[in-house]
Design a protein around this ligand. Sequence first.
Ligand SMILES: [Mn+2]
Length: 321
Amino acid sequence: MGKVLGCRVDILGAKPLSLEVNRRLIRDFTIPYRVYRPSDSAGLEGLIIVDYARVSTPEAGQKLPVLLQIDHHQPVDGETDSPIMILDREVGAVSTLIVEWIRDCGTEWCEEILKRCATPLYYAIQADTDSLLHAGERDRAASEFLRPLCNESWLNRNLRLRLDSFQRERLKWGIERVLEKDGVLFCGLGLLSPTERDLIAISADLLAKRKGVELTSVYALILGKDQLTLDVSLRTRKRHVDLFRLIRRITSEGGARPFKGAYQISMDYFLPFAKSDAFWKIVEESTRQQIEKAMKPETKRKEWLNVSRWIKRLERLFKVE
Ligand SMILES: [Mn+2]
């Protein structure tokens, strides 16, 4: 889009891409994505923050003025000082918003953009909505609009979820230790490297399909160079479970939208113990207890919602105005 408008646009991410299919997408469609370096600030004039569910401003945003923020997550107070905020919580993917703008704009350069970006945009909607499982009408409409313009053979090759042997083994290891308690499923994946991080979200998506589970939690310790974090992915299929509020009961670092959420806890202080089994046991037990405690008000909420439904039914029955 920047090229057509005559301005240079870099797509910067906070971390290297960990999912193989995402790396392939960047390569095959020559998407100018790279990891942000502090030296980047010099050549850039401003920042557009897209699909960013955290409280803290990204590192680049502390040096560059934020021009615009586009998101579909629940807003967090004082998130950034962006003068323009486009927030639409109805869509399952920010790409849906972008497709709607391009579609409604209808100028020549929009067609130019679609020619190059239809497949990445389509893939992004599929990825963010778990293949339209958590999609709304607008996500479906955007997908349908894009599909005829997509590179079919690329989609056929890449859309199906494929786990490599390491991911399969680790997921199996986690599933063997799964714990289910009061409708909450806990699955720990142990210690992972930053490039294996996506296995947490993938596993959460897979396990969330289990029947009778209200909340699925998958967590792992991510050991990078001089960095240790606990990454937790949460999934629910119940409307009444507010993952945003649930996460806020645990930490301020994390975000959620209907059905999906995630949070991170810095564990740098415990780096010397990252590889210790005893440490993992403590982390796992604390995580379970924290999630269990945070889930309690959500379970109560359901009962309360059911009560109000009953009252409505009774009112209808007795025609109370
Ligand atoms: Mn998103």
